[in-house]
Design a protein around this ligand. Structure first.
Ligand SMILES: O=C(O)CCC(=O)C(=O)O
Length: 262
């Protein structure tokens, strides 16, 4: 069902005020089941990669991943924040295994990204139930209005980014983003956020999807950027995009919609 005008209005107001907002039951259980199987398949294809780090170059040759990030339900939400001309900049599964899933230390995404201007939005699709016990995303509401803080390396704790905001973050202000499979949290590139380690018996998997308007330039020297795909509207002139991969039986993750991706 398309997002109603009333929901759009309150989501945009929340996003502007807090730097994040949540949409419930965006992706249906059947597709989430396929996403779940995709994560398992990816882990088997890349046993050398930690499950918190599955992304980036892997998209280039993965028709299911493209099918998922091109889903109209996700693009309709992205459009509310970046307008009608949309490209994918990046996407990663951050799958935290039971008991051993690593934390993501406090950071602002814009400190890392080669984008000019920094117009970009993240949709975080929950694959599992995401709770404080299994290391859900935590945000500092309103912190998207702060300056971009300096980062420092942190290798004392095993963690996903290897870096954190150098200044102290007032954790008493943090909000836990509690989600069910199929829910989507949307956040601003400047919001201070992170997540704790998973010390629970339950996996916590989410897919980060970073959408840009096609007027945002990807300034990385590697062109086309490995996970840059034009998805909707006018492709513009500032980026080159990857060709959409064609599905081949036996080579790619098999999925219901595969016949439309050959
Ligand atoms: O999935 C997580 O724990 C962190 C997500 C994150 O840092 C992001 O979406 O930018």
């Amino acid at each position: 069902m398309p997002v109603s005008r009333a929901v759009q209005h309150s989501a945009l107001a929340e996003f502007e005020r807090d730097g994040y907002t949540i949409f419930r039951e965006v992706i249906d259980p059947e597709l989430i089941k396929e996403v779940d199987a995709h994560v398992t398949w990816l882990g088997q294809q890349h046993p050398e990669v930690r499950p918190e780090q599955l992304g980036h170059t892997f998209l280039k040759d993965d028709p299911f991943w493209l099918r998922l990030v091109s889903d109209d339900r996700l693009l309709d939400i992205a459009e509310m924040f970046v307008g009608p001309d949309i490209a994918l900049f990046a996407s990663h599964y951050i799958s935290k295994s039971p008991y051993s899933g690593q934390p993501v230390l406090w950071h602002q995404d814009s400190a890392f990204w080669p984008l000019e201007p920094m117009r970009v939005v993240t949709l975080w699709l929950s694959v599992d139930h995401s709770t404080p016990e299994n290391g859900c995303v935590r945000v500092i509401p309103g912190s998207h209005r702060q300056e971009i803080a300096a980062m420092r390396d942190n290798t004392e704790v095993a963690n996903v980014l290897g870096q954190e905001i150098a200044a102290d973050v007032d954790e008493s202000r943090a909000a836990d983003i509690v989600l069910s499979p199929g829910d989507v949290e949307v956040h601003h590139p400047n919001i201070v956020h992170g997540s704790n380690a998973n010390t629970s018996p339950h996996r916590r998997c989410g897919l980060t999807i970073r959408y840009i308007p096609t007027s945002t330039r990807i300034t990385d020297p590697e062109q086309p950027y490995p996970s840059a795909f034009w998805l909707r509207g006018d492709p513009g002139r500032v980026n080159v995009y990857q060709p959409v991969p064609s599905y081949q039986d036996g080579r790619h993750f098999p999925f219901r919609d595969a016949p439309h991706w050959t």
